[in-house]
Design a binder for this molecule. Structure first.
Ligand code: GN1
Ligand code: MG
Length: 363
C-alpha cells in the first residue's frame, strides 16, 4: 500500500476499515512518545469516533512484533472481560483495509486504529481519593487478568525497560561525555542523581515473580468513567510485556499520589500525598486479589521511590543528550520534569515510614 509525501491524516485514516466519510482528524492526548489523533467518521447518519496512533518507531524498534503483542493481550483481556462481566472495556483494534492490525505508509511509519471509548476520561492528576482507588483497582485487575497469559507468548518491545541499574549506568556515561555541554546547567540535579545511586539497586526484579505487566501505568493511561469515576479501560499497551508488578504499582503512585503534574515547573508544588497512597494501596490490593506474594507486598513502599528516581534519570539523560526521546514543549521541559521527579523522590523519602505503616495496616 503506498502513500505520497503530501498525504494527510485523513488519507491515513482511510486505510482502515471504518467505511463512511472521514469528517475530521484532531490531535489528541498528551503522550510523550507516540502521536495520537481522534478521528470522526460519518456513516449512515451516525458519527463514529476512533483513536489513531502513529507508533514512534525510534522508540519501538519493531512495530510489527509490538502489534502482535497488542493483539494477544487484547484478545486475552476480552475473553476475561466476557467471563467476568465487570463492565470494563478492552481496546478494540480496527484492521487496515488489507486486514492487518496496522497500516504502514510510504514513508515507513506504522499506524494503528482502535475504537474510541466515549464514556471515559483520563486525568493527569486525580481529583479525589476515589479516582486514585479506581485507577489502582483497574491496573491491579489488568495484571491479574494477564497473569495466566504466559509471558513467553509476548516479545519485549523495549528490553530492560525498567532496569534501573542500566538506566543509571547509561545516565553516568552520558553525563561523563557531556557532548552538548549541558551538565553545567543541571549540576544540582546531576548531584542528586549520583548521590541517590543506591536506588538503582533497590528493586532486584529477580527477587520477584516475573508477570505480564503494563510497565507504563501513569494515571492518564487508565480511562475512568466520566460520570461514576469507575475504572473502565486500561490503555497504552505498547510496553505490556514480562516484568515486575512493583513497577506498575510504583508508576501509578508516582502520578496519582503526587500534588502536581510530572512536569510541574515549580518543584515546591510537588509533594507526596499519603491519603492518595492509602487509596492506591486499597485499590491495587482489591484489583489483584490473591495474586501478590509477601515479598511483593513488602516492597510496595519502595517501588514508587525507585520509579520516580528512574524516570528522573531518564529525563535527565534525555536533556543531556539533546531531548531526543521524550517530546518537549519548550527548551526547559525535560529539566522541569527532572526537578519535579526528584522533588517527589525526596518527599516520598520523608514519608517512607508512613508508607510502610500504611502497607502494613492492610495485612
Ligand atoms: C512515556 O508514551 P507515554 O507518554 O505514555 C514513557 C514512559 C514514561 C512516561 C512519562 C515507552 O509514556 O516510560 O513513564 O512517558 N514511555 C516510553 O510521562 O518510554
Ligand atoms: Mg506510553
Amino acid at each position: 500500500m503506498s502513500l505520497n509525501i503530501d498525504s494527510t491524516l485523513e488519507d491515513v485514516a482511510s486505510h482502515f476499515s471504518i467505511g463512511g466519510e472521514i469528517v475530521s482528524c484532531e490531535k489528541h492526548g498528551n503522550g510523550n512518545v507516540n502521536d495520537t489523533f481522534l478521528v470522526r467518521c460519518q456513516k449512515e447518519g451516525e458519527q463514529n469516533l476512533y483513536t489513531m496512533q502513529k507508533i514512534n518507531h525510534h522508540v519501538f524498534k519493531n512495530p510489527v512484533v509490538l502489534m502482535r503483542n497488542f493483539e494477544r493481550v487484547t484478545s486475552h483481556l476480552l475473553q476475561k472481560s466476557l467471563e467476568q462481566n465487570h463492565g470494563e472495556e478492552v481496546l478494540t483494534l480496527i484492521p487496515s483495509i488489507d486486514g492487518n492490525s496496522y497500516f504502514q505508509d510510504a514513508e515507513g511509519n506504522f499506524w494503528r486504529m482502535t475504537k474510541f471509548i466515549e464514556g471515559g476520561r483520563s486525568y493527569d492528576v486525580p481529583e479525589n481519593e476515589m479516582h486514585a482507588f479506581e485507577a489502582a483497582k483497574a491496573f491491579g485487575r489488568f495484571q491479574l487478568n494477564l497473569n495466566d497469559l504466559g509471558g513467553s507468548t509476548l516479545v519485549e518491545t523495549i528490553p530492560d525497560f525498567h532496569n534501573t541499574r542500566k538506566r543509571f549506568d547509561r545516565f553516568k556515561e552520558v553525563y561523563r561525555q557531556d557532548s552538548l555541554n549541558r551538565v553545567c546547567e543541571v549540576e544540582e540535579l546531576v548531584e542528586f542523581a549520583l548521590s541517590s545511586e543506591a536506588l538503582a539497586d533497590a528493586i532486584h526484579p529477580d527477587d520477584f515473580p516475573t508477570r505480564v505487566v503494563h510497565n507504563d501505568t501513569k494515571l492518564n493511561n487508565v480511562l475512568l468513567d466520566k460520570t461514576t469515576g469507575k475504572g473502565i479501560c486500561v490503555v497504552d499497551l505498547d510496553t505490556v510485556m514480562p516484568g515486575c508488578a512493583l513497577h506498575d504499582f510504583g508508576d501509578l503512585v508516582r502520578t496519582a499520589a503526587s500534588s502536581a503534574q510530572e512536569d510541574e515547573p515549580d518543584e515546591k508544588k510537588m509533594r507526596f500525598l499519603p491519603n492518595r497512597f492509602n487509596a492506591i494501596v486499597d485499590g491495587y490490593i482489591s484489583g489483584t486479589g490473591e495474586m501478590l506474594n509477601e515479598d511483593e507486598i513488602e516492597a510496595l513502599p519502595i517501588a514508587p521511590i525507585v520509579i520516580a528516581y528512574e524516570l528522573g534519570i531518564r529525563f535527565l539523560t534525555d536533556y543531556l543528550e539533546g531531548d531526543v526521546y521524550f517530546k518537549i514543549k519548550h527548551h526547559d521541559h525535560n529539566k522541569d520534569r527532572v526537578r519535579a521527579q526528584f522533588a517527589l523522590v525526596q518527599s516520598m523519602q520523608r514519608s517512607f515510614e508512613e508508607m510502610k505503616r500504611i502497607v502494613l495496616s492492610k495485612k
